[in-house]
Design a protein around this ligand. Structure first.
Ligand SMILES: [Zn+2]
Length: 68
C-alpha cells in the first residue's frame, strides 16, 4: 500500500499514513494534537522552495525572461 502525506489543520503537523486505494481517510487523527481536520498534502521535492528569499543569488533560477 502506498504512503500518503497528510497535514493537520490545527497544528499543521505533517505525517504519513499508509492507505489503500479504497481506504477512507476520514478516520485520520493527528498523532500530535489529536485533531481530526486532516488534509491531504502533496510533498514534492523541495528544489527551489524558499520561504524567505533573502539572497537574490539563487542557483536554481529557471525563469526565462521573454520580454518584448
Ligand atoms: Zn495536529
Amino acid at each position: 500500500m502506498p504512503w500518503y502525506d497528510f497535514q493537520c489543520e490545527d497544528c499543521e503537523h505533517v505525517f504519513e499514513e499508509q492507505l489503500s486505494i479504497n481506504d477512507d481517510r476520514s478516520g485520520l487523527i493527528c498523532p500530535q494534537c489529536g485533531g481530526k481536520d486532516i488534509q491531504r498534502v502533496f510533498l514534492t521535492v523541495a528544489a527551489c522552495v524558499g520561504k524567505n528569499n533573502n539572497s537574490s543569488s539563487s542557483s536554481c533560477s529557471t525563469e526565462s525572461s521573454t520580454g518584448g
